[in-house]
Design a protein around this ligand. Sequence first.
Ligand SMILES: Nc1ncnc2c1ncn2[C@@H]1O[C@H](COP(=O)(O)OP(=O)(O)O)[C@@H](O)[C@H]1O
Ligand SMILES: [Mg+2]
Length: 243
Amino acid sequence: MSPETPSLLQVTGLVKRFGGFRALDGLRFHLNAGEILGLVGPNGSGKTTCINVISGLYAPDGGEIRLGGQSIGGLPSHRLVHAGINRTFQIPKPFLTMTVLQNVEVSVAYGGHGQEGLDPHYFLKLLDLESHAKQPAAELNSAQQKLLDLARALATKPRVLLVDELAAGLNPAELEKIAAKLKELARSGMAILVVEHLMGFIDQVTDRVVVMNAGKEIFEGVLADAIRNPRVVEVFLGQDDAA
Ligand SMILES: Nc1ncnc2c1ncn2[C@@H]1O[C@H](COP(=O)(O)OP(=O)(O)O)[C@@H](O)[C@H]1O
Ligand SMILES: [Mg+2]
């Protein structure tokens, strides 16, 4: 990519503090349109915090986040959704008493594209949830709630999709399907950040990975090189819990 065409999402020197602790400590990476980038690292390295800050759940304490060249750091979540950033949650948070269909209808209505005649059923079909459309979201199992979370995010038509541990809890057939869907979305031009512990899944879906440790990136490149990188190996093997 030439210097004249900046990445869709550019993160530089990103800092997020919780009290005196820096969960993000100068994180830097970029994400291109049509690309799936894996964000990996040990538990507590700051992956979810990264998604929380980029999606506006927390304001950054330093650094810059640019979307299409525009500085967007610190904007509230609803403004970011309208700007084209949305995310899924490590622990999904559907409206439990509403039906599966209503959950997606809310995203269509408030996602900034309600006037475009988006069909909520399209997103339910895309994620194999159509047969559950009339059930309360509370009746879905955890894997289905993850798919609903993804359907809700997609119904806001994001340009940048941030996915937090979607694969955990899915069976191999579900993993295969979701991998194919993420790749299809990327081919349509969406930029996708995938946080995931399952390295097989990362290997299958990502074009490139960023490895994080203690709030900053320690490696950026293809997974095949990451697993041979001494710093990456030390971070993953030098801890008790390598989950
Ligand atoms: N809301 C919060 N308040 C205080 N500490 C937090 C909060 N969110 C995350 N942290 C801390 O920040 C660090 C990074 O957490 P997290 O981003 O969830 O890591 P990961 O997703 O890589 O496992 C951890 O030490 C965690 O305890
Ligand atoms: Mg996490």
